[in-house]
Design a protein around this ligand. Structure first.
Ligand SMILES: [Zn+2]
Length: 199
C-alpha cells in the first residue's frame, strides 16, 4: 500500500477534508471507499487505475469514492450488510437447522406447515439479498451524482468509460450491486451521442 500524497492534497483542496488515499500494490482494477468513522476512512485505488488512468480521470474516480464517504454510504452499507447477515444467520442457522433436526419427531400434519415456513425463510433471505442489491445500486447512483457535480458530467463520463476499459468491460455489464455503465451515464444526464456503448 502506498500513500498517494498528490490526490490526498487534491481532495483536501477540493472538498476541505482530510481523507487518506492509498494505492493498492496488487492488480485490483478498481477503487473503493472504506471506513465508517471519519478519522478511519480512506480511499483505496488499485494500481492499474493509478498506472493507466490520466490524472483527471483518476480524480474523477476518486470523487465518486469521496461521494460515498461524504454521504456516509460506508455506514449505510455496514448496517445493511449487518441486517442481511442477521437475516441469514437467523433464517438459515437457527430456524432451518432447528426445523431439520425436529421435523422427524413432529407429527405428519405439521409437515406442510414446516415446508411453508422454510419457503418463507428462503423468500425472506432472497428479499434481504435483493434489498441489499437495491441499496447498493442507489448508493452508486448517488456517488455518481456527487462526482459528476464535482468534476463535470462530461469529464466524469469519460473517466467511467476509461475505467470500464481497464476493467475489461465489467462496468458495462454491471452487477448485483452496480448498475450497468449505460444506466449510470443516463443517471448523471450524459447522452452518449453517436458512440456505441455495450449494455
Ligand atoms: Zn461506488
Amino acid at each position: 500500500m502506498r500513500d498517494c500524497k498528490e490526490i490526498k492534497q487534491w481532495v483536501r483542496n477540493k472538498y476541505g477534508k482530510d481523507i487518506q488515499v492509498y494505492i493498492y500494490k496488487e492488480a485490483l482494477p478498481n477503487a473503493v471507499a472504506i471506513g465508517v468513522i471519519p478519522p478511519f476512512q480512506a480511499i483505496i485505488v488499485g494500481r492499474p487505475l493509478w498506472e493507466q488512468l490520466s490524472p483527471d480521470d483518476l480524480r474523477a474516480i476518486v470523487s465518486h469514492e469521496v461521494g460515498h464517504l461524504f454521504h456516509n454510504h460506508t455506514f449505510i452499507l455496514y448496517l445493511s450488510s449487518l441486517l442481511s447477515a442477521i437475516l441469514f444467520i437467523v433464517s438459515h442457522f437457527i430456524l432451518y437447522e432447528y426445523i431439520q433436526e425436529y421435523s422427524e419427531k413432529l407429527p405428519d400434519y405439521l409437515i406442510p406447515m414446516i415446508i411453508g415456513l422454510e419457503a418463507g425463510l428462503l423468500a425472506l433471505l432472497t428479499w434481504g439479498l435483493f434489498h441489499q442489491g437495491v441499496v447498493e445500486r442507489r448508493l452508486e447512483y448517488a456517488a455518481d451524482h456527487f462526482a459528476a457535480k464535482s468534476v463535470g458530467v462530461e469529464n466524469y463520463a469519460k473517466a467511467l468509460k476509461n475505467l470500464d476499459s481497464i476493467m475489461k468491460g465489467a462496468l458495462s455489464k454491471g452487477s448485483l450491486s452496480h448498475p450497468s455503465l449505460l444506466k449510470r451515464l443516463k443517471n448523471i444526464g450524459y447522452s452518449p451521442s453517436n458512440e456505441s456503448l455495450r449494455v
